[in-house]
Design a protein around this ligand. Structure first.
Ligand SMILES: *Cc1c(COP(=O)(O)O)cnc(C)c1O
Length: 496
């Protein structure tokens, strides 16, 4: 059976179900599989991928990673998560526009790619709880830059035996994102705005996880903390499935022959989505280059180019807020794999990041980074790219996906490499309606909600169900708190 161990080398090795319940390892590292499954072992050939439905692909991939789950359990999780919950034929459309193929990951209930994993995480977690005989109530703590929060709330609302608490930056999310979260229904859902940015929220959550006093107090109350952020391996693995699926669709469309390599472009924040692409390639999907696209918070671009990760820099609020991040948690997993599983080395690097705000990787890791290409696009580039793509191809990009496309154009210009390329399209344009509308020439609306309406009238692209009439729903979550008060907020919620 596959074991999951900490990137920092200490602590117990666990099977998948317990790693999913725990979220974070005892030594503060992240859980990684000791070996990655290969397509060959499943078995699954590149020739047959194109004929599999999304759900069948997901069952095979997730089942290969989480092999302590029975086939029936995986089947039930996948069906529960994806059946009739996505407003697209076969869950993830793959659409050609401009010079690339877009893997449209945003047709779930909250209109961002986070739904791909967060619609299945509650099933994986509640199944794990049963399998492990866990009797405590599970409390999901989540820091969000805007999209994870809503997708996690939607996934966990009304799920028996769980509470979910979300922290979002008070001044760092779009109006639509905020409205989605504060109108969330469900007695087990709790939402707090914090006076800080996403990194503060993420740090605060990690601190609560590692606070022994709080954990002891919660233990006595019969509560166990877990995470819906991409630090949870149960969140990461379902994302691998769509890259495998996307490759199959390119074969089916005749864009590539089985075995031919592609490039994958991912608009990146916490490094979870692009790491899932890397995992897909480790399983046997032929990938030439992983193109890591950032906005003005270009810490990853600089890291990939220099081998030095330096978070000591100005934080920018941009129009692609889900990528406004300076500390990308999942990078730790990549470093672990590139170092050949050297937990001691990773622990040293992460300690340096905590204490000094920067670190430089060794030669071996740096060499491994060469399959990544790092680039960034600023807000002006982003807006122009949305406008140009719409005008030339009648295809509407959201701000995050536009960052990805712009960086892809830079990549092609620099390298001349025009092989077929898959771009992760991570959000519906309507989630960031103001920027998108203004970029295609719609202006003079007051609120984002008006922009949603006007953008739809202008382009004829339908508004996703979950984003309709958001401004008319009851606001249920009004708390705004200081970062330092996050632990108290958790205790208060759980005392209710
Ligand atoms: C979360 C998010 C990202 C960044 O994904 P990571 O896995 O954190 O790198 C990009 N785009 C959108 C729309 C997102 O919601």
């Amino acid at each position: 059976m596959r074991k999951y161990k900490s990137t920092r080398g200490e602590g117990k090795e666990l099977r998948a179900a317990s790693a999913i319940i725990k979220g974070l390892a005892d030594d503060k590292g992240l859980f990684v599989p000791d070996t990655l499954p290969s397509l060959e072992d499943i078995p699954l050939s590149l020739n047959e991928l194109g004929d599999l439905s999304y759900k069948d692909t997901a069952k095979k991939i997730i089942g290969a990673f989480f092999d302590d789950y029975t086939d029936e359990e995986i089947e039930a999780c996948v069906e529960g998560a994806y059946h009739n919950k996505f407003a697209a034929e076969d869950v993830v459309p793959v659409v050609k526009a401009g010079d690339a193929w877009f893997l449209e990951l945003y047709h779930g209930r909250t209109s961002a790619f986070k739904d791909m994993a967060l619609s299945i995480l509650p099933y994986l977690l509640t199944t794990a709880v049963k399998k492990e005989g866990e009797e405590k109530k599970i409390c999901i703590l989540t820091a969000t830059s805007g999209d994870t929060g809503k997708a996690a709330l939607e996934g966990f609302a009304h799920v028996p035996g769980t509470e979910i608490i979300v922290f979002y930056p008070a001044h760092g999310v779009s109006e639509v994102q905020r409205a989605q979260m504060v109108t969330q229904e469900g007695e087990n859902t709790h939402v707090f705005a914090i006076e800080g940015n996403f990194d503060d929220a993420q740090r605060g959550v990690k601190k609560i996880f590692n606070d022994q006093d709080i954990n002891k107090e919660l233990e006595e109350k019969g509560v166990r903390l877990s995470s819906a952020n991409s630090i949870n391996i149960g969140r990461l693995v379902p994302q691998v499935a769509y890259y495998v699926y996307g490759y199959g669709k390119l074969v089916k469309e005749g864009a590539i022959k089985p075995g031919e390599s592609i490039n994958i472009v991912v608009p990146t924040g916490n490094f979870g989505n692009i790491l899932a692409a890397y995992y897909a390639s480790m399983m046997g999907i032929p990938v030439n280059r992983f193109i890591c696209a950032s906005n003005e918070n270009r810490v990853l671009t600089d890291f990939i180019n220099s081998g030095t990760y330096d978070a000591r820099r100005e934080f920018h609020l941009t129009n692609s807020p889900s990528m406004d991040i300076l500390v990308s948690s999942n990078l730790e997993r990549l470093l672990y794999h590139l170092s050949g599983g050297n937990g001691r080395e990773i622990k040293t690097l992460m300690t340096e990041l905590d204490t000094k705000g920067c670190y430089t990787v060794g030669e071996n890791v740096k060499k491994g980074l060469s399959v990544f290409y790092g680039g960034f696009a600023d807000m002006k580039d982003t807006d122009e790219t949305i406008g140009k793509m719409y005008k030339e191809n009648n295809y509407l990009l959201d701000t995050h996906t536009a960052v990805a496309y712009k960086v892809y154009e830079k990549y092609v210009e620099e390298t001349g490499d025009r092989r077929p390329t898959l771009i992760a399209a991570t959000a519906s344009p309507y989630k960031f309606a103001r920027s998108v509308a203004e970029s295609v020439g719609v202006s003079n609306c007051q609120t984002d909600f008006e922009y949603v309406e006007e953008l739809s009238k202008f382009t004829g692209v339908p508004i996703p169900q979950g984003l309709k009439d958001l401004d008319k729903r009851e606001i249920r979550h009004k708390d705004v708190i200081e970062v330092n008060d996050m632990p108290q907020a958790v205790i208060k919620v759980l005392a209710e």
